[in-house]
Design a protein around this ligand. Structure first.
Ligand SMILES: NC(=O)c1ccc[n+]([C@@H]2O[C@H](COP(=O)([O-])OP(=O)(O)OC[C@H]3O[C@@H](n4cnc5c(N)ncnc54)[C@H](OP(=O)(O)O)[C@@H]3O)[C@@H](O)[C@H]2O)c1
Length: 207
């Protein structure tokens, strides 16, 4: 299968491209940001369809715990170095019909494409939720079509989870047409819980 850029990244990053610290988000809860990324990553044109979320094992475990009520809206493609059988045994409470386990970003992209393109598929599109290596590899491999970036205007010191290769040279910042979902938020600057941030949307050039 020839894979052209197709997936969307959602990510909140500070000015050092920091995304986390100690397994958590290194800024206060930002309700408008939650609304932004959850709305984008759960809304489908066809209400009967769902979205495939591609994510590293740590982000997967956090996502199903913190965003429980949204879980039915997603099909998970989880990256791990474990064999699927061992992974399912370890996390015996996860729904296997809703969770694919893969070992490389290429397998994740192929699986997502396959799910989207299968005739009568119930999966409409794919979002990449992190963490560091999945973001870096998907960008490197040219799988990413759009980036929904929440830029936190700060340099949070002493954080352990940073994206080092986040090259936007092949992307252009866009302002979406008004009829697109939450387009009115594009470029908006928000001040919340002591943090200032902005919603930015980037699209792959020449797709
Ligand atoms: N700000 C944001 O938008 C955002 C988004 C997501 C996460 N976060 C934060 O980032 C941190 C978690 O991210 P993280 O980068 O540390 O971890 P992660 O990518 O969520 O999970 C790491 C694990 O995923 C598996 N994995 C990742 N890439 C793989 C690949 N290419 N092939 C095979 N397995 C792969 C491995 O699992 P195994 O160990 O099972 O082999 C690895 O140990 C947390 O602090 C979280 O709060 C922030």
């Amino acid at each position: 299968m020839d894979i052209k850029p197709f997936m969307s990244i959602v990510v909140a990053m500070d000015e050092n491209n920091t995304i986390g610290h100690n397994g958590k988000i290194p800024w206060a809860p930002l309700p408008t940001d939650h609304y932004w990324f959850l709305t984008h990553s759960t809304t489908t044109k066809d209400p009967l369809k769902r979205i495939a979320l591609i994510l590293g094992r740590k982000t997967f475990i956090d996502t199903i715990a913190f965003f429980k009520k949204y879980v039915p809206r997603w099909h998970f493609i989880v990256l791990t170095q474990e064999l699927p059988g061992i992974f399912y045994e370890k996390y015996s409470n996860i729904n296997r019909n809703q969770t694919d386990v893969v070992n490389t970003i290429d397998q994740a992209a192929y699986r997502a494409k396959e799910l989207i393109e299968t005739p009568d598929s119930m999966i409409e599109s794919a979002y990449l939720f992190g963490g560091v290596i999945p973001y870096e590899q998907a960008l490197e491999r040219d799988y990413v079509k759009r980036i929904y970036l929440t830029r936190i205007f700060a340099k949070v010191p002493d954080c352990d989870t940073q994206v080092s290769k986040f090259d936007l040279n092949n992307f252009q910042r866009i302002k979406r047409p008004k009829d697109e979902l939450l387009a009115e938020y594009d470029d908006k600057i928000i001040e919340e819980n002591g943090w200032t941030y902005q919603f930015q949307v980037y699209e792959r050039k020449n797709v």
